[in-house]
Design a protein around this ligand. Structure first.
Ligand code: PMP
Length: 324
């Protein structure tokens, strides 16, 4: 659908996937005024199509919109659009247990005007694509590079919005992580350069002596929907969980003292990604012998079970997509 300042949002429509035409002066190209979301739909064993907490994605979409001076979209309408789009072409959804449909809602500023002020015109779109299993051969641990030079976001910036610039700012460090044999970057805070923020496209958790610690939301970390789900699951399982400031030194000390039991990232793509190794300033820290931890595996099984309708969903997170 489209927006202009005089009309508000208008003309919601489902059209075949195709290129779109934009003016070269469209503000999105020059000032990065754009936000996006990412969620998954699953075709489950009972033949139903399920979305995982879509209302959380749409609420976050509007928080990102607000930070980028983009007008809010009607969240219920956006979820309805999402469902209709999925049902329009539900044959797309792979039926084997490992694959899913990735859904990408996004907003771009389309006004053709060079000048740093908020656009008066926007497009809200939803595209989707089948995605294979994140883990082709079962859940396995990743290597993470702790970034000590570049910074992804600072407090008061746009780090807690899902906006393109945050990802553009991370590409250089991501390349260096690859060069170090790691698959993702672990970001530290921009001021003290020691407090852990998050991993490339995941939030991060450390099991220290049986207490699971994750950095508190401080304005520069994305408030992941998987992060929130994991915190709730841990509480439900009576596992102590703390959201607080956590420095890289504390993690290294816990590792040296044998108290770092396991570490894992959380996000829509991988759900749970065990961390087998951290590298920081030239030193390698192997976690849990480089293996998937017990808790990581349990959380992965529980959350993917809820998403696919094979584990009881006592939280009401799984939303069945049905014709209305
Ligand atoms: N942090 C960043 C920077 C991300 O891009 C993502 C993926 N959306 C996450 C964390 C995890 O968020 P979620 O659990 O909502 O996918």
């Amino acid at each position: 659908m489209d927006y202009d300042a005089a009309t508000g949002w208008y003309n919601p429509r489902v059209v075949p996937y195709q290129p779109i035409s934009l003016d070269p002066a469209a503000k999105v190209f020059h000032y990065g005024q754009t936000i996006f979301e990412g969620l998954k739909a699953y075709l489950t064993d009972d033949g139903k199509i399920r979305l995982f907490r879509p209302e959380q994605n749409m609420a976050r979409l509007n928080r990102s919109n607000a930070r980028l001076s983009i007008p809010a979209v009607d969240e219920e309408l956006a979820i309805e659009a999402l469902k209709q789009l999925i049902l329009t072409d539900s044959d797309w959804i792979p039926s084997d247990a490992e694959t899913s449909l990735y859904v990408r809602p996004f907003v771009i500023a389309t006004e053709a005007q060079l000048g740093v002020n908020a656009s008066t015109q926007y497009m809200f779109m939803i595209i989707m694509s089948p995605v294979g299993s994140y883990y082709a051969e079962g859940i396995h641990p990743v290597k993470i590079h702790v970034e000590s030079h570049y910074v992804r976001a600072v407090r008061g910036g746009v780090g807690n919005a899902k906006t393109a610039g945050n990802y553009a700012a991370s590409l250089k460090a991501q390349e260096e992580a690859y060069a170090h044999g790691a698959s993702q970057v672990l970001w530290l805070d921009g001021v003290h350069r020691k407090y852990i923020e998050e991993v490339g496209s995941m939030n991060v958790f450390f099991n220290i002596d049986g207490t699971v610690v994750t950095p508190a939301l401080n304005g520069s970390i994305l408030d992941g929907i998987t992060r929130d789900s994991i915190i709730r699951l841990l509480k439900h399982m009576n596992v102590p969980v703390e959201e607080r400031q956590l420095s890289i030194d504390e993690v290294v000390t816990a590792h040296q003292e044998g108290r770092l039991v396991e570490a894992f990232g959380t996000g829509t793509a991988a759900v749970i990604s065990p961390i087998g190794e951290l590298t920081w300033e030239g030193t390698r820290y192997v976690i849990n012998g480089g293996n998937t931890g017990e808790l990581s595996q349990k959380l992965y099984d529980t959350l993917t079970g809820i998403q696919r309708g094979t584990v009881e969903d006592s939280f009401g997170w799984s939303v069945v997509v049905e014709p209305s």
